[in-house]
Write a protein that binds this ligand. Structure first.
Ligand SMILES: C[S@@+](CC[C@H](N)C(=O)[O-])C[C@H]1O[C@@H](n2cnc3c(N)ncnc32)[C@H](O)[C@@H]1O
Length: 431
């Protein structure tokens, strides 16, 4: 296969952006595509595949390149020379011939193949940091190896049909007419699975707001909140609004959704997306302090807490998270999640419901959080239902959601008829 030097040089430079500048892999790919508008579909595919595969299997290719395992996550030790060697290991393992570039002159194919046959630890073989391997095998036990294997595979693309503008059958037909094949998912009525990889954001149907790109698991969260048209809903960690838009469609654009987030720029993106999708019922508010929440106390029929989390359920989409997360960061997130759950639950009116959701597979971020909350607030809340999506069983992202009911206020006791005051005899005057 003929390779252009500048394409591989861009791969090396983009890997540096991910591992040294700690940028997200998807942003790095997007940036490179914008920088090289003349790349054809073959070069774009080669580029994106190399970035995702190398980031996903970084520790393994680092080892195959003959570099010391203890240095695989030390950005300060990363040099362009090492990056060329890691890319070479990836390229050889994908059964390709190395090109005649000076940078790969010293690479020995035989040594790489030889190393690939040696016995190594599961964490190294599956490119998982040691701390993560220990934590996940401790928390998930026998379920972890199968989940680990799934999370190391490329993610499929799913569309969520925007039922405010179309319905699934019509969208499927429309996409087929435009040359795109999709499949319906029996268990998720809004989902279409794209078999081939396309730049979906360039499609006319996307620009017209007919669909959003959203994993099948993520599409289960908004319906789980059991919203109805006309309700008052708060989406408290709304971000760029993936779930807000879905809630708006389920509510048939009737009622109100208050979309909150601590980042204004995410809410700006939410408004842009809502306009495209035709969602009129969403109002955005930045959380600037306790006042924003106090004003909404007891307001919501439904509350969605799609809390910040480790993202361990979506590693297929964001493989760089493996190299950026730490035990300490997860512990910090667990404290933040419990704080959000406790403080924001006051937004729900008696008889209302909230969903606590994460895209994590760690019980410590999921069911254990809900149990802790109920242990402290079980007088006011009950657990209605839990949803645990195991990526190894479904092939979709790992997700968790729990729906809790705020117990209806106890009926006010009938007014007690005040007993007529019997005049108290004036105490005898002390002598
Ligand atoms: C998992 S993301 C939400 C994704 C979004 N719901 C969606 O479907 O696209 C979590 C969001 O919580 C926000 N966040 C972080 N801390 C928060 C807090 N204390 N209160 C509200 N939102 C917060 C983050 O900015 C982030 O956008």
């Amino acid at each position: 296969m003929k390779l252009h030097y500048h394409l591989i040089a861009q791969i090396i430079s983009s890997l540096r952006d991910v591992f040294v500048d700690r940028r997200y892999a998807d942003k790095v790919v997007e940036f490179a595509f914008k920088k090289h508008p003349k790349w054809g579909s073959r070069d774009r595919r080669l580029f994106a595949e190399a970035i995702y595969e190398i980031v996903r299997h970084w520790r393994w290719y680092w080892h195959l390149a003959g570099l010391p395992d203890s240095e695989h996550n030390h950005p300060e030790l990363l040099t362009p020379e090492k990056l060329w060697h890691v890319w070479s290991a990836y390229w050889i393992m994908a059964e390709n011939e190395l090109p005649f570039f000076d940078e790969v002159n010293g690479v020995r194919r035989g040594a790489i193949i030889e190393r690939s046959k040696q016995e190594v630890s599961p964490a190294l073989r599956h490119s998982i940091p040691d701390w993560m391997e220990s934590r996940l095998s401790r928390e998930l036990g026998a379920a972890w190896p199968a989940i680990r294997e799934t999370l190391n595979k490329p993610a499929d693309v799913y569309l969520r049909v925007n039922t405010l503008k179309t319905e699934r059958r019509s969208l499927k037909t429309r996409l087929a007419q435009d040359g795109f094949t999709t499949e319906t998912l029996k268990e998720i009525p809004t989902a279409l699975h794209m078999r081939q990889r396309y730049n979906v954001f360039g499609m006319a149907a996307f620009k017209e707001g007919m669909f959003e790109v959203q994993d099948a698991s993520s599409q289960c969260v908004a319906p789980f909140l059991q919203v109805e048209p006309g309700m008052k809903v708060v989406d408290a960690c709304a971000g760029a609004g993936g779930k807000t838009l879905h809630l708006g469609a389920l509510m048939q654009n009737k009622g109100k959704i208050i979309a909150l987030d601590v980042h204004d720029w995410k809410l700006t993106e939410l408004r842009r997306r809502a306009a495209r999708a035709g969602v009129d019922v969403a109002e955005t508010r930045v959380i600037e302090g306790t006042k924003t929440l106090k004003r909404l106390a007891g307001y919501a029929d439904r509350l969605l807490l799609d809390v910040p989390c480790s993202g361990l359920g979506v590693l297929r989409r964001n493989p760089d998270a493996k190299w950026k997360l730490s035990n300490e960061e997860i512990d910090r997130l667990i404290i933040e999640q419990q704080d959000i759950l406790t403080r924001y639950s006051a937004l729900v009116k008696p008889g209302g419901k909230m969903v606590y959701a994460t895209c994590s597979i760690l019980p410590g971020e999921n069911e254990l959080q809900v149990q802790k909350f109920l242990a402290a607030h079980g007088d006011q809340w009950t657990l209605e239902e839990e949803l645990k999506i195991n990526p190894a069983e479904t092939g979709h992202d790992g997700f968790y959601a729990a729906r809790l009911l705020r117990k209806p206020a106890a009926p006010t006791p009938p007014a007690v008829v005040e007993a007529q005051e019997t005049p108290v005899e004036a105490p005898a005057q002390e002598a």
